[in-house]
Design a protein around this ligand. Structure first.
Ligand code: ADP
Length: 518
């Protein structure tokens, strides 16, 4: 190889190395460029001035000047501050909607539009003005006039609807679902019939006469100018079938109608808690719902449980709200100018003495029916509804015999069914037996306990276990023990009221068997 050729080869190799180096350098430069750009972006990201949230109210003005530049501004509310701000050139003013959230940059330029804020102060609509504005009220009933956000523009709003408003309370933003009202009253189409109720034939007969006659023969009542009762009051200790009767009435009235009857039930104390300070609205709502349901021709029963808590005597000083607004509002609805066709009120109470007498006057809830604790005969009837011959029964006995034995046990006036002793205000002690505190619900519970035992025994043995005298006796004993515990834990005065003894007549309660030691 000549010297020239050798040096040419060296040069080529050098050139290759330099090229490779150059390439690596270019790549490094490229990478550094990218890193730099990223760092710059990060810096601009963390040094970006904050944006301020505001609520769009309206476009204040928009025009294009001689130079072709658009000048647009908007009224917005930031916090409680009302402002006119410029609209960024990148935004189309026509697309900005009242009520939507907008963003303002550090120079207070409106630069972006977001959705309507999902949170806010809640107000109740009191009135809709002709031009669409709303009068809304806070909890204390203070009114404010507000405009509607675009989202509410075409929405039909009515009194008592709930809306959110912006912090300055100038715009109604969003309609809230009426949750409050959805569970205000429980609504069902009851399938209870009078045949399902034991031992209350007399009461059923009376309620049938009071309710069914005027309902089925409305023309005759009109012909004789006889006002049908607007409602019935069922009273007596809890758990003895008041609710069952009310449901069966709704069912009975609906016989022959395709869609069935409607049973709207409201619980006095729960509602009062939920509607503190709004009791008038509450009563209005209940009756509005009843009328609405009755409009399609369906009979409606409005069942008011624990009615005494809602409609207590005015002047009794228990709750000014209850006395001053609920009773008059209730009477106004009942006597109302607006027809209550197909609507019947059934009240239930174990403190009938507490109910305002005006509620019980003729033409209102003037039919009063006492639903008492079952005596042995009624108890037998009730038990037979739950203890039937088609069940697996102990060999050699029928349901009739089992029920008789069980009733004998529950109604025994001896020591083994001695619940406790109570003392009245004269210091007189008397024994309370299971028969004094028994209820329809308790009887059903005893049978259910025995059935549960039978089910468990069936699971263990793999064959249907028969309901026996023993199982029922054990069930009765369990129920007895539970009522003893419940009564001894109770406040004497409260207990005697609920239990249906003369109000407050029990001042002390002592366990059975303590008489000897006392
Ligand atoms: P109240 O309204 O008087 O407090 P309910 O009608 O709600 O009592 O009764 C509670 C439950 O007890 C009923 O669902 C039913 O299972 C049972 N019960 C009460 N009384 C009777 C009765 N007379 N016949 C059949 N079951 C009854």
């Amino acid at each position: 190889m000549t010297q020239d050729a050798q040096s040419l080869q060296d040069l080529a190799a050098l050139n290759d190395r330099l090229m490779a180096r150059n390439h690596a350098l270019a790549e490094a430069l490229n990478r550094a460029g990218k890193e730099l750009a990223k760092a710059k972006a990060q810096i601009s990201q963390i040094t970006r001035p904050p944006l301020t949230f505001a609520t769009m109210v309206r476009v204040d003005g928009s025009h294009i000047d001689d130079e072709g530049v658009r000048h647009a501004s908007a009224e917005v509310i930031a916090g409680t501050r009302r402002m006119i701000v410029p609209i960024a050139a990148s935004l189309n003013p026509a697309g900005l909607e009242p009520g939507r959230t907008v963003l303002l940059n550090e120079n207070m330029v409106l630069v972006d539009q977001r959705d309507v804020d999902g949170v806010g102060t809640v107000r109740r609509v009191a009135q809709v003005l002709d031009d669409g504005r709303l009068i809304v009220e806070d909890n204390a009933g203070n009114p404010t006039v507000v405009r509607r956000a675009t989202a509410l523009a075409g929405v039909s709003l009515g009194p008592s609807d709930r809306v959110t408003v912006d912090p300055s309370c100038r715009l109604a933003l969003e309609l809230l679902p009426g949750e409050d009202d959805a569970d205000l009253v429980l609504e069902e189409t009851p399938d209870v019939t009078f045949a399902d109720i034991g031992g209350l034939d007399e009461q059923i007969e009376r309620i049938r006469d009071a309710v069914q006659l005027p309902f089925l023969h409305r023309e005759l009542f009109e012909r004789y100018n006889l006002n049908p009762p607007k409602g019935v009051l069922l009273y007596g200790p809890p758990g003895n079938g008041k609710t069952l009767i009310a449901k069966a009435v709704a069912h009975m009235l609906a016989e022959g109608t395709e869609s069935g009857g409607v049973f709207l039930s409201v619980k006095g104390p729960e509602l009062l808690n939920k509607f503190v300070g709004e009791s008038e609205r509450l009563i209005r709502l209940i009756f509005a719902r009843a009328r609405e349901r009755a409009a399609s021709g369906r009979p409606v029963i409005v069942f008011i449980d624990e009615m005494d808590s809602l409609l207590r005597t005015r002047g009794s000083g228990v709750s000014s709200d209850v006395e001053t607004t609920i009773v008059p509002q209730f009477l106004a609805e009942l006597d109302g100018v607006e027809q209550l066709d197909n609507v019947m009120v059934i009240g239930a109470s174990n403190r009938v003495d507490m109910i305002d007498p005006a509620v019980l006057r003729p033409g209102r809830l003037d039919v009063k029916i006492r639903v008492d604790r079952p005596g042995p005969r009624q108890a037998d009837d009730i038990i037979r509804h739950y203890l039937t011959d088609d069940l697996p029964l102990e060999h050699g006995v029928d349901a009739h015999a089992l029920a008789r034995v069980l009733v004998g046990d529950i109604y025994a006036q001896d020591e083994h069914r001695h619940v406790c002793d109570v003392c009245d205000e004269h210091g007189q002690w008397r024994a309370i037996h299971m028969s004094d505190v028994v209820s329809g619900a308790m009887l059903k519970n005893i049978v259910d306990r025995a059935k549960t035992r039978a089910v468990k025994a069936s699971i263990e043995t793999g064959a249907a276990a028969a309901l026996s005298v023993d199982m029922l006796a054990m069930a009765a004993q369990e129920e007895f023990r539970e009522s003893v515990d419940a009564i001894l834990d109770a406040d004497p005065v409260q207990w005697s009221r609920i239990a249906g003894f003369e109000s407050g007549s029990v001042t002390r309660i002592r366990p059975a068997g303590d008489a000897r030691t006392a």
